[in-house]
Structure formats: C-alpha cells, structure tokens
Design a protein around this ligand. Structure first.
Ligand code: PMP
Length: 361
C-alpha cells in the first residue's frame, strides 16, 4: 500500500462517466446521449484533418495563430485574447488551476456541468453549488453565495442539461454586480444553437473579470477531435497560457477546426434542422404527456412523472437500441436528456416513448 496521498480534494471526485455508445446485442444503436451533431462535421473539416495526417512527424505549432485568427475574424474578437484547448474542458481546467486553489470557493449552479466541480476539486478549491429556479440559473442565488473566498463563478448559457437560457439582461446584471475579485465564466458550449447570440463576448469586452468558453464539439460536429477555446481579458489569457502545454493541439485538430469554422453553409443547415426537429420532438413528447422546458440547445430535457418512470423509460429505450441520457447526477432524476438527432432518430425515439407510455404516436 502506497503512503503517498493525493491532495484531499481528489478523493471527493467521482470520475466523469460519459454517455454509453453501445448496447449489448444491438447492432444499430441510435445514440442521443452526448449532444453530438447527427450530421457530423463539415466535409471540409474531414479533408483538412486527412491532409494534416501527411505531416504527422512534425510537431504542431504552439500558438494556434491561424485558428485563433479565424475564430477572431468570424466572431469579431481580438485573436490575442483567445486561447485554444483540448475541448473547452481543458480551458475550464486551466481556469481552475490558475484562479482557484486551497482556501478558495468555486461557484456553479444546481444543474451545472460536472467538470466545474471536478476541476475545482482537482485544484484543491471548494466547489459551492447554488440552487436554480425551476431549472433556470438564478442570478440572485449566485450573488447571495459569493464570499471573500469566491474566485470563480461558472454559468452555462444555454444550460446543459436544462436547455434553458438566462436573459442577456440578467447576465449583464450578474457581470455588473459581481465583486472584482471574482472571475465570471460564461460557458458557451451550446451558443451556436442560439441564432445571433454572442455567448457573452460583449460582456467580456466590457468587464475584465468576465470570460467566455466555446467548443467545436457540438455545432461543428468535432467532439471526437477535442477542440475548444476561451476568450477573455489579455491578462487572463496571459495567465492561462502559462499552464497550457506547448503542444496541446495537434495540427490535425487545428486544421479541422479552422475548416469547420469556414463552412458556414454546413452550420446554417445544422442550425435550421436542429431548430425544426427540436420543436417537432418537444411537441410530440408533450402530446404523450412528457413535457419539457423550451430548449435553446441541441437537446431537450424530457420530464417524467417520477424518477422511477424516467429510469424505466431509459431502460425500455435501451432495449430498443436507443441511448438517451439519465441526468440524476445533475439533480434531475425524473428527467431524460435527449439529443436532437436526424429526422429518423427523432421519429424513432418519439415512437418508442409513445409505446412506453402506452399509446403509439
Ligand atoms: N461545457 C458544457 C456545458 C458541456 O456540455 C460540455 C460538453 N459536454 C463541455 C463544456 C465540454 O465540451 P468539450 O470539452 O467537448 O469542448
């Protein structure tokens, strides 16, 4: 038995468990559990990835200059204030590593993404969970929870797994009212699904203590490649770059992300299909007695009468080869999170939930 002890926060972490991708004995599963883009990435991204494969003996560049310039141009942001990471997960880790630690508190909301707690504990900080109101981030509850020890506040907008959105006015109020010693992190993993929303970029421009994270894993269909980015004040970016590994993104990641960014037609098609199928699925399930909040993302949070019913429905769907996400770990045991798939998958999951509820839709 080793005498070496990890720092105390580590043993409070339950390792992250991702959505399953297979069901034993079922050949063609429909996977609607990880908020992936059912249409995949742009073909241009796949081609760029393959082209980069010819240079595998070369180290990648360390500064991601070309990718940052492309992100900056598209979103009208200063590329020098952008940092790229291995998924936005890595950017979240950098933030906790640099700005929290023993003696500090990291605030996240009741149904917030599990990586906030994991990264805070890994940094030796104390995670502080604050209540939401009816599956919606509550700015007053966050402000109430802030202490002298608070270093970071994480807010996902639109939320996961809720799909709900805090209004721009409320976000602005939060940014304005938080004390200077707190960095507000706006996690924009699902921003691309909200046409015209800047994810909080304007607030970052206005306040040095606001930061925004984004990802290529959702709308850009590159979850398997692991690319995310963050935008913040120049001095925050300088701090984060000190802990970033020099070669954290391969050339294949950088090239694919840049190509994906340029294919605006693909993004527009995925956005309109998501919007159309999300309304269709929400309505179909509501007719079956399974309501959901209006979702602003690429999934809906289907609410069942009880945790038992949600668990039974999940098991039934699995038997039918459909994988959705149980979200009991996010404080929502009576809900299932269902990613918006392509049309056939949406119809199939609605049909099977209809069968589960006892009437074929
Ligand atoms: N934030 C939120 C709210 C998410 O749902 C996810 C993906 N599950 C992430 C961040 C991390 O995404 P990635 O690391 O793939 O960029």
């Amino acid at each position: 038995m080793t005498k070496i002890e990890p720092q105390p926060g580590i043993m409070q972490i339950k390792p992250y468990v991702g959505g399953a991708s297979s069901v034993e004995g079922v050949a063609n599963v429909i996977k609607l559990s990880s908020n992936e883009n059912p249409f995949g990435p742009s073909p241009d991204a796949i081609e760029a990835f393959q082209r980069a494969g010819r240079e595998l003996h070369r180290y990648p560049n360390t500064d991601h200059a070309s990718l940052r310039a492309a992100i900056g141009e598209l979103h009208k942001l200063d590329p020098d204030r952008i940092i790229c990471g291995v998924g936005s997960d890595e950017v979240i880790t950098f933030l906790c590593q640099c700005y929290s630690g023993p003696g500090t508190e990291v605030i996240y909301t009741e149904h917030g993404f599990s990586m906030y707690r994991i990264s805070a504990l890994a940094a030796g900080a104390t995670p502080v969970k604050v209540p939401e109101r009816e599956r919606m981030v509550d700015v007053d509850e966050i402000l109430k929870a802030v202490t002298e020890q608070t270093s970071l506040v994480f807010v996902t907008n639109p939320g996961n797994p809720t799909g709900t959105m805090v209004s721009q006015a409320e976000l602005a109020r939060l940014a304005r009212e938080l004390p200077d010693h707190v960095l507000l992190v706006l996690d924009g993993a699902y921003v691309e699904y909200v046409d015209g929303f800047d994810g909080g970029a304007r607030l970052v421009n206005k306040y040095d203590n606001v930061f925004m994270t984004r990802t290529f894993s959702k709308m850009y269909g590159l979850g398997g490649l692991r690319i995310g980015w963050g935008y913040g004040a120049a001095e925050v970016i300088d701090v984060l770059n000190r802990v970033r590994g020099p070669f954290n993104l391969s050339m294949a990641q950088q090239a694919a992300a840049e190509a994906a960014l340029q294919d605006r037609d693909h993004v527009a098609r995925c956005l309109s299909e998501n919007t159309r199928l999300r309304s269709w699925l929400a309505e179909a399930l509501a007719e079956l007695g399974v309501p959901s909040d209006t979702s602003c993302a690429n999934f809906i949070l289907a609410r069942f009468a009880s945790a038992e019913e949600a668990t039974d429905c999940n098991a039934f769907l699995q038997e039918q080869g459909i994988i959705v996400r149980m979200v009991a770990g996010y404080g929502l045991p009576h809900c299932l999170r269902i990613t918006i798939g392509d049309e056939a998958s949406c119809r199939r999951v609605a049909h099977m939930i209809g069968r589960f509820k006892g009437g074929v839709p």
